[in-house]
Structures are given as structure tokens and as C-alpha cells.
Write a protein that binds this ligand. Structure first.
Ligand SMILES: NC(=O)c1ccc[n+]([C@@H]2O[C@H](COP(=O)([O-])OP(=O)(O)OC[C@H]3O[C@@H](n4cnc5c(N)ncnc54)[C@H](OP(=O)(O)O)[C@@H]3O)[C@@H](O)[C@H]2O)c1
Length: 139
């Protein structure tokens, strides 16, 4: 998705929130290194491109906003016991045996359903995001 400077909307938000929460070892996977500078400015620890051979050390959690052909690769980036959160509309297929083999979990969510089932939490997070945005602390 070549020309946009800094990855998708969800990815930019997630990466900033992860760093604000104090997570270390936050890795972003993007289509091209052209997006790397912007993402480094958000505090991302490591940036890999989809086609790079090495995605670095396995991670505990993958937030997959792309899916499709990238889903198996995203799953393979998980450390044993790790969890992949699938929220994209790209679909994808993974070999089911990869899950027990690595004690991995795939879960997913939609914001619409989350808003219905966890309204209070949804509103609270929304309010926090607005505060961050209005104070200029979120890019
Ligand atoms: N579950 C929910 O409730 C919910 C809510 C909102 C959005 N979504 C879904 O979450 C995903 C991300 O949303 P977003 O708002 O961050 O979207 P976005 O701003 O369009 O970003 C999507 C990113 O995915 C990457 N990508 C790789 N292959 C792609 C392809 N074939 N087509 C489009 N993008 C591709 C692109 O980054 P690179 O150029 O670096 O590859 C792009 O910047 C979408 O699938 C959207 O439908 C789900």
C-alpha cells in the first residue's frame, strides 16, 4: 500500500498506545522501509517489512490488522504460548496444527460488538483517546 507515510490508521494508534503503556520490544511490520522513519518517531522499537526473511525475536502478542496472505507469517512470529489478535477484514487461513504445536491462540474482536458487550469500558477508552488527541499527545 506503498505511498502512505506511516502504516494504517489502526497500526499507528496501536503502536502509540503500546509504547504509552510501557511495552518494550514493540515491532511493526510494514510494506516498505519508507514508513520506518515515521514509526520510529512513535517510539517503535523495531520495524520489519513483510518480505524480510527475519522478523526478529518471536513476540508474545501479534495484533494483525492486515491478515490475508500475511496471517500465517504473523502466526509464525508468535513465541510459544503467544496470542494473535485478529481484527482485520483481510481474512486468511492457517494450518490448525500450528496452534497446539506452539501452544498458540488466535482470538479476534470487532469494535461494534465490543461496544455492545463492554459499553462502559468502550466509553472509558474512547474518552481517554479523545483526551490524548486533544492534548496533542497522540499523532
Ligand atoms: N474489527 C474491527 O472492529 C475493525 C475496526 C476498524 C477497522 N478494522 C479493519 O482493520 C484493518 C485495519 O484498519 P485501518 O483503519 O488501520 O486500515 P488502513 O488505515 O487502511 O490500514 C491498513 C494497512 O494494512 C496494510 N495492508 C497490507 N496489505 C493491504 C491490502 N491488500 N489492502 C489494504 N491494506 C493493506 C497497509 O499498510 P502497508 O502499506 O504497510 O502494508 C495499510 O496501511 C482493516 O482490515 C479494517 O477493515 C476492523
Amino acid at each position: 500500500m506503498g505511498d502512505r507515510p506511516g502504516a494504517g490508521f489502526s497500526a499507528r494508534l496501536i503502536l502509540q498506545l503500546a509504547k504509552r503503556q510501557g511495552f518494550e520490544g514493540v515491532v511493526a511490520a510494514v510494506s516498505s522501509q519508507a514508513k520506518a522513519e515515521f514509526l520510529r518517531g512513535l517510539g517503535v522499537d523495531e520495524i520489519v517489512t513483510y518480505d524480510s526473511e527475519d522478523w526478529g525475536e518471536p513476540v508474545d502478542v501479534v495484533l494483525d490488522g492486515v491478515g490475508g496472505e500475511l496471517l500465517p507469517r504473523a502466526l509464525s512470529a508468535l513465541a510459544p504460548g503467544g496470542r494473535l489478535v485478529f481484527f482485520n477484514s483481510g481474512g486468511g487461513t492457517v494450518p490448525a496444527f500450528d496452534l497446539p504445536a506452539g501452544s498458540k491462540t488466535i482470538t479476534g474482536l470487532t469494535m461494534a460488538r465490543f461496544a455492545n458487550t463492554h459499553r462502559e469500558l468502550y466509553d472509558q477508552h474512547g474518552e481517554e483517546l479523545w483526551k490524548l488527541t486533544l492534548s496533542g499527545r497522540r499523532r
